[in-house]
Ligand binder design. Sequence first.
Ligand code: PGA
Length: 252
Amino acid sequence: MGQRKPIMAANWKMHKTIQDIKVFFESFLQLVEGVDDREIVIAPSFIGLSDACRMTVGSKVQIAAQNMYFQEQGAYTGEISPTMLKSAGVDLVILGHSERRHIFGEDDSLIARKVRSAADHGMAAILCIGETLEEREAGLTEQVLSSQLLLGLALLESGHFASISIAYEPVWAIGTGRTASPEQIQDAHGFVRGTVENMAGEAVAQQIRILYGGSVKPGNVREIMSLEDVDGALVGGASLEPESFARIVKYE
Ligand code: PGA
């Protein structure tokens, strides 16, 4: 894994009220005190972002948004802008999650504009990519990953790559309890790094962090994190309980 500092990220999706978030941090912050060889990221829903930022002031925990729109303001009912996120203290955003793509119909060109907007606003972004089960079974995994990367990162200039991470999340492993095998994960991550190298050069490819997501749990995180091209985890279900996510963060 070289010099890449691991990112252990929680994606809470549409879970937790503001009260629930408070209860979580009351125990979680103590559980991860002293951890400084890895980055800890938590992505609550929009409604919890400001409070989560306040509750984690002075800690190592970074708060991320689960999505944003690419415009700064305007007639976009229901959307949240990068400037709004920054005003809440958030400078990291997850983009292109498979639930955004598959439930809410986001396509690569929209995601690309969001990725560029994050860079333009000095925000770090985690771009999520991943194949469906049908695509994997049809032998299309690499084709899907390369097209999601090429299109999703298409609007970036070379200086922007430093603030981008990639999350490889096979759609069939998300929330299903079915984790991809170590071989499948390493193959995909190696392929992603190679694709980034073709796009942006070797130095960028060596520093970019590639997270795995899809049924990561305390019991499998260690094996997954030991893989050469895995630089972090994006965790849904197993991040909701403080003890569970703390065990994931503190994997040995
Ligand atoms: P999961 O979700 O850990 O519940 O599979 C991961 C994700 O969607 O980011």
